[in-house]
Each structure stands twice: as structure tokens, then as C-alpha cells.
Design a protein around this ligand. Structure first.
Ligand code: BGC
Length: 393
């Protein structure tokens, strides 16, 4: 009995050893194959003539948030374009937090970058980070959103944001007939300079149509109080934006739209027109209006041509978007960075005042997209793959 147990124990022990041996061999094999892969030289994209070689971290990018498809799109396009240009780049996200943004800038500066491309979360709060980069001899490129109230901005790559707002306002005008059409206004975050430019553009075209009675504003007493003024000061825009801001957040947009529809009598609904500042907020606001039994139909604007909104447009749930071709913006930003790295100056076709200086800039054009041109503008152009969508016309 004892002997039998002993030999059983020996067998178990032997088996254990075999397993250990086998496990060790597998791990060793894995390590060896990983080493073999690691020592295979990676294919380096060739640096174009006159440019810094790949491998040097000379440019850093700081983007505001990963919570919106818009900025993920920028990240992807940046990676593709920097790789094609033969540069190493580090792209950091600020999670909608100015303190994190500043830490990101500090980290890039300490790694020795020569150019930083920043899309500020908060225009004014970003001034301190820009000043720190400038003090370290780093060139600061403001990306899409302007950094305000500092002279530490070297260049601004942007779309023509006033024309984005004009395209949105014009779309509502083109879809409206008769008089007394209910108009609901929404805006971006007051900490984002673009929110003012978009609103300014929309007001440029909508105000005459409010003054002549085509539209009647239903959700902002400040906008009603100023509706006879063709041109608003920044402060006046600030008063309106303060009432109708979405803060660029879906939930804020949703709650605000719900509050407006709860407060509005059925007579202020029917066939409504909605100025929504971008795609994310447009989807949130559109869902709320679609759920209201007293809303018969609605026209709602957007911008960014985010994939979920393009699907909404195909499905008839969002009326339009404004395509801001991120490839162009990224290309302009990289051209500016390379200009600085090679001792040149980026192309200037306009300037934008940031409260302290006129920042040299090169604004790009934008395109209105709705069901009628969605395939041509977004699929045929190669911007997106048809496979990203269902039910394409
Ligand atoms: C950008 C928009 C974006 C919005 C919210 C703006 O500054 O220009 O494209 O939708 O911020 O992130």
C-alpha cells in the first residue's frame, strides 16, 4: 500500500516536472521569437529631401479629448501624414482638462520637441502652456481652435469658421418657407473661440431672416433682445451663448433641448428649425426633438462629418453637416511645422486676432453635405469607405 502510494506520488511529481519543463520551453520559444521580430529592422519611411530624418521627436501634438469622433479622426490623420512625411510624432490628449493639457505641453517640451501643435481645450487657459513652450524656444501652432490672450502663438491652422456658421444658417434658410418658423438656437462651449465664430457666421445670415419674420427664436431671451442687431459684439454673442451653450457635451445638449421643449407650448413646435453647432450635439438634440409628439418635422444642422452623423444623414435623422476635411488641416499643420523646422515661415493668407496679437493663419474652405451629395462628397472623394455605412443611396 505504502509502496503503491509512493510510486503514485513519484508519477505525479514526474508529471509536474514535465509540465514545468514544457512551460519553460514554450516561454523560451516565445521570448526567442519576440527577439527575432524585434531585431528585424523596421521599415523606415524615407524623409523627403531637406527634412529632418525620421526617429527624432521634433513635433508634438496636443488634442483636446477622445470623447468626440472629431478628434480621433484628427489623431488618425496626423499619424498617417507624419508617417508619410517621415517624422516621428507624439500625440497626447488632454481629456477636456486644461491642467492635463499644460502637463502634456511640459512633457513634450522636456522631450525636446521644436514645434508643438495645440488644439486648446480652453482658449484662454491654454495661454500659460503656450507661453511656457515659447519660453523654451518651441514654436507654437494653434490647431483648429485659437489660443487667446497671449502673444505666444506663432501660427494658426484653421478652417474658415465664420463660413461654417454661415453654411449652417443658410441651410436652415434654404429649407424654410413662409413666415413664423420656430427657430431653436444652440452654441458650442464659451471657452472655445470657435463657438463665437460659428455663431457669428450663423447670425450673419439668420438675423435678416429673423428680422423679416421668416424665423421666430423660441429658446433664447437674449437672442430675442438682440434680434434687430445685424452685427453683435463679442460680449453680446457671449450673452446669447451663455443661454444656449452645449459646452460641446452631448448630455448638456440633450438636457438643454429637453428643457426647451418642456417649456415650449405645442404652438412653438410643429415644423421646427434647429441651429446645432456640431455633429455630436446635433445627434443629441435631434434625438430629443424626434421624440416630441408636437414636433411634426425638424431641420437640424451640424458640422464635422463624423461617421455617426453621416449615418444619421443617410437615415434622415440629421439634415446636414459641414465637412471640414481634416486631411487639409493636418496637411497645413505639418507644412507649417516643417517650415519652422527648416528655418522657414508658413504660408499666411489671413490673420485672426486673439485678443493680444493678430495671429498669421491659413483658413481652409468647408463643404455643406446633406443627403443630396453625401456619396459624392464623402465616399467618391475617398474621405470615408462606403463600408462604414449602411443604406447608402
Ligand atoms: C471644432 C469643431 C468641434 C468642436 C467640438 C470646435 O472647436 O472646430 O470641429 O466639433 O470644437 O469639439
Amino acid at each position: 500500500m505504502k509502496n503503491q502510494r509512493k510510486s503514485e506520488e513519484e508519477i505525479v511529481l514526474k508529471k509536474r516536472w514535465l509540465y514545468v519543463l514544457l512551460g519553460t520551453l514554450i516561454v523560451a520559444a516565445m521570448v526567442l521569437s519576440a527577439c527575432a521580430t524585434a531585431t528585424t529592422p523596421p521599415e523606415e519611411p524615407e524623409a523627403p529631401e531637406g527634412e529632418a530624418p525620421a526617429g527624432e521627436l521634433s513635433v508634438g501634438v496636443v488634442l483636446p479629448t477622445k470623447n468626440e469622433p472629431r478628434w480621433i479622426q484628427d489623431e488618425t490623420r496626423f499619424k498617417d501624414a507624419f508617417e508619410a512625411a517621415g517624422y516621428d510624432v507624439q500625440i497626447l490628449f488632454s481629456d477636456g482638462d486644461s491642467a492635463k493639457e499644460r502637463a502634456n505641453v511640459q512633457s513634450l517640451v522636456s522631450q525636446g520637441v521644436q514645434v508643438i501643435i495645440i488644439c486648446p481645450h480652453d482658449a484662454t487657459a491654454a495661454a500659460a502652456a503656450a507661453a511656457e513652450a515659447r519660453a523654451a524656444g518651441v514654436k507654437v501652432i494653434s490647431y483648429d481652435r485659437l489660443i487667446r490672450d497671449t502673444d505666444a502663438v506663432d501660427y494658426y491652422v484653421t478652417f474658415d469658421s465664420v463660413s461654417v456658421g454661415e453654411a449652417q444658417g443658410q441651410y436652415l434658410i434654404d429649407k424654410a418657407t413662409g413666415a413664423g418658423n420656430p427657430l431653436y438656437l444652440y452654441a458650442g462651449a464659451a471657452t472655445d473661440n470657435n463657438a463665437f465664430l460659428f455663431f457669428e457666421g450663423a447670425w450673419n445670415v439668420l438675423q435678416p431672416k429673423i428680422a423679416d419674420g421668416t424665423f421666430v427664436i423660441k429658446n433664447s431671451s437674449q437672442a430675442v433682445a438682440l434680434q434687430d442687431k445685424a452685427t453683435l459684439t463679442r460680449d453680446e454673442m457671449g450673452q446669447i451663448i451663455g443661454q444656449i451653450t452645449t459646452d460641446w457635451l452631448f448630455d448638456v445638449a440633450k438636457n438643454l433641448a429637453e428643457a426647451h421643449l418642456t417649456a415650449a407650448p405645442a404652438a412653438d413646435k410643429g415644423n421646427v428649425f434647429i441651429l446645432a453647432p456640431n455633429d455630436g450635439t446635433a445627434r443629441a438634440i435631434a434625438d430629443v426633438f424626434a421624440a416630441d409628439a408636437d414636433v411634426t418635422s425638424f431641420v437640424v444642422t451640424g458640422q464635422d462629418a463624423e461617421i455617426p452623423s453621416v449615418q444619421y444623414i443617410i437615415d434622415g435623422k440629421q439634415s446636414m453637416t459641414v465637412l471640414k476635411d481634416v486631411r487639409t488641416l493636418v496637411g497645413d499643420a505639418i507644412a507649417a511645422a516643417i517650415a519652422y523646422l527648416t528655418g522657414g515661415t508658413p504660408e499666411e493668407t489671413a490673420t485672426y486676432n486673439n485678443g493680444v496679437i493678430d495671429v498669421p493663419a491659413k483658413p481652409s474652405v468647408v463643404v455643406t453635405v446633406d443627403q443630396s451629395n453625401v456619396v459624392e462628397a464623402l465616399i467618391d472623394s475617398g474621405y470615408y469607405d462606403a463600408g462604414e455605412f449602411t443604406g447608402l443611396p
